[in-house]
Write a protein that binds this ligand. Structure first.
Ligand code: ATP
Length: 339
């Protein structure tokens, strides 16, 4: 695999009012206008949000019913072949022939992408080594674990050395160790090999771990597209957690003029208004707020567990129905579909 920088100035994906309706009944994508720049980008949304539909349109496998799309400057509805020559695709569901070895299958996919026979064989070995399956490459795929099958799916997407990888729920079915390994691989593909990656997922924790930017969709509509750092910018609220005496501390903070809101074990304290009486000239309102909290904790002699400036969370972008947000996956917050 050759080392190279991201194809810097090329916009990876651009859509204008992209719409896809299935059979005049289900609108999977609705008037979606978005631009995706090079890097590792997360396409996040609950199950049924339209992520797979988006990927299939980008690959030229589905026709949109309205609007336009460009992938690496190409129109997938007319240049599907050229798009697929430059883009690797890892589908969500199991699609591997059980009676072929990984080496045979990945070589075959390389041939399908137009590589000559010997090159395809060499590239298959190299790619399988890269995903950690070199020793096992002559075993039949049917006997592989889920984690190994996911790696074969990743290898076949990489075999023709694409400029862009489209990965649909790449950690599907993996245990925590397998998930970590897969995320590590995706990160290396982006950072070491300079291949841009669009990762579709309903697991916010995962994409937050490895992505530079996120495109968030809900019900086929764009919620937001931005750098991850912009989505998790600091707020004007401090979080305080003490191991005991939370009620006492809340009362003391209120008494010194800090309005407090309780969120389970946390006390949330807005940063003082810079013009308020307690903030002297030369003091920053933030420092003053920290000082008042630390003084209250010290006076009450409480064990301070945490004190920091609260950040926005990506999950705040999505509908706040708690039934559709679950923290129980081991991969951070998961967005649950409405269906
Ligand atoms: N071939 C199809 N015919 C009819 N409706 C479809 C078809 N494919 C998808 N849909 C519907 O379109 C909507 C978007 O589906 P899509 O698979 O793109 O979402 P997704 O975000 O990828 O979800 P998942 O992760 O569950 O696949 C859903 O309501 C889905 O039921």
């Amino acid at each position: 695999m050759c080392l190279r920088p991201y194809p810097g100035t090329v916009t990876l994906i651009a859509t204008q009012s992209l719409t896809k309706t299935y059979g005049n009944r289900v609108t999977a994508l609705s008037d979606l206008t978005v631009t995706v720049e090079p890097g590792i980008v997360g396409l996040v949304g609950a199950n049924g949000a339209g992520k797979s539909t988006f990927i299939k349109i980008m690959l030229g496998l589905l026709e949109p019913t309205g609007g336009e799309a460009r992938v690496l400057g190409l129109d997938p509805t007319v240049d599907g072949h050229q798009v697929r020559a430059r883009v690797g695709y890892m589908p969500e569901h199991d699609c591997l022939p059980p009676d072929l070895s990984a080496a045979e299958f990945v070589t075959h996919m390389g041939r399908m992408s137009g590589l000559p026979k010997t090159t395809a064989r060499e590239r298959a070995s190299e790619t399988l080594r890269h995903v950690g399956l070199y020793e096992e490459r002559y075993r039949q795929v049917g006997g592989y674990s889920t984690g190994m099958k996911q790696r074969v799916k990743l290898a076949q997407a990489l075999v023709h050395d694409p400029d862009l990888l489209l990965l649909d729920e790449p950690t599907n079915g993996l245990d925590p160790a397998g998930r970590d390994a897969m995320l590590g691989l995706i990160e290396r593909i982006g950072t070491e090999f300079g291949i841009s990656v669009l990762v579709c997922s309903h697991l916010l924790g995962e994409v937050e771990r490895i992505c530079d930017a996120l495109v968030a969709i809900e019900g086929g509509r764009l919620l937001r597209s931005a750098q991850l750092s912009d989505m998790t910018a600091v707020t004007e609220v401090l979080s305080v957690e003490v191991s005991e005496g939370t009620d006492e501390l809340a009362a003391r903070l209120a008494a010194v003029g800090l309005p407090v809101r309780r969120d389970n074990r946390l006390l949330l304290v807005p940063v003082l208004d810079p013009d308020s009486a307690g903030v002297g000239a030369g003091d920053s309102a933030l420092d003053k707020t920290y000082d008042l909290i630390l003084a209250a904790v010290a006076e009450l002699d409480l064990p301070l567990h945490r004190l920091d400036q609260r950040r926005h969370r990506v999950v705040e972008l999505f509908a706040t129905d708690p039934a559709r947000v679950s923290e129980s996956t081991g991969a951070g917050t998961a967005l649950e579909g409405a269906r």
